[in-house]
Design a binder for this molecule. Structure first.
Ligand SMILES: [Zn+2]
Length: 301
């Protein structure tokens, strides 16, 4: 019969390998990198101290038998804590509020999923708005659920869905301006993210225009890059998403209803991030066109 200790050791090794390989994906599954880090630090330290105590004290037989398990458990927990430290990012000195607006259920993940996950882990509050349920591109119920799953995975504080007519959002321009104005009044965001005008999808253009009208008094608006961006998309603001590309790929994959679309593949998502990273002189990045941007807002992110 396989000893319980052998099973425990196998489990712990698997845990550490999963943590090391999965990186941000692993930690987002556990939702709270900071909490994970603290739990592992406490567990690791306790186990190692217990192990030392068993060496120097008159430990019971059962305790001494478990020596190896205690050691490996302690080291594994400390290893996970260190990995979480690497991917958790430095907490923001001044938390900001970010409002991200998309036309369809998968737009935010595809365009700025790495940025939003990174913001959340840094302690910023991110709210999402989606204008349509994507009826023309797939099953609306499934797509709405996928959007909720994607938002939860990235760690958004809230996600509000509207059912304006998919592919015909220009017809709802005035209503969209109204709901975006209401969201700005409700959340008082420091930065607003939205679609670019340099995009061949008419719904993306409609949301871009509606955002600009609703946020006409706002000082910081960044336009993100969708897969349907045109060659005129010319970014000058880049967010380094090193350590967050895996999380972005996973958030995009949560839109299972859309998996057959060529721009949903991990290769395409990673390729765009790598291309923009090269422009930004980083490994991977997400790119933005600023409508206008108060410099202090970027410094605090
Ligand atoms: Zn879209």
């Amino acid at each position: 019969m396989v000893s319980i200790y052998v099973l425990l050791i196998v489990f712990l090794i698997t845990f550490v390998v999963a943590a090391a390989l999965g990186r941000s994906w692993f930690h987002r599954r556990l939702r709270r990198p900071e909490l994970l880090r603290r739990i592992c630090l406490v567990a690791g330290s306790t186990l190692l101290v217990a192990n030392l105590a068993s060496v120097f004290l008159e430990a019971p037989e059962l305790w001494r038998t478990a020596d190896l398990t205690l050691t490996l458990g302690g080291l594994a927990s400390l290893g996970v804590a260190l990995t979480a430290l690497r991917t958790g990012g430095a907490p923001a000195r001044q938390p900001r509020r970010v409002l991200a607006i998309g036309a369809h259920p998968d737009d935010l993940e595809l365009a700025c999923g790495g940025t939003l996950a990174k913001f959340v882990d840094s302690g910023h509050e991110v709210q999402g708005l989606v204008m349509s349920d994507g009826t023309r591109g797939g099953d609306p119920l499934e797509r709405s659920l996928d959007a909720q799953r994607g938002a939860a995975f990235m760690g958004l504080t809230g996600m509000t869905h509207y059912n304006f007519t998919d592919t015909d959002l220009f017809r709802h321009s005035q209503e969209m301006v109204g709901v975006i104005e209401a969201a700005i009044a409700r959340y008082n965001p420091d930065i607003i993210l939205t679609h670019s005008n340099h995009d061949q999808h008419q719904d993306h253009q409609a949301v871009h225009m509606a955002t600009l009208r609703a946020a006409r008094q706002h000082h910081s608006i960044l336009c993100y890059e969708s897969p349907s961006a045109t060659r005129d998309f010319s970014p000058s603001v880049f967010i380094d998403i090193d350590d967050y590309l895996d999380a972005k790929v996973q958030a995009v994959r949560m839109h299972s209803d859309q998996r057959a679309k060529p721009y949903m593949t991990p290769e395409r998502v990673r390729g765009i991030a790598s291309f923009r990273g090269g422009q930004a002189r980083r490994r991977v990045a997400e790119a933005y066109e600023p409508v206008r941007l108060l410099s202090t807002e970027m410094e605090k992110l």
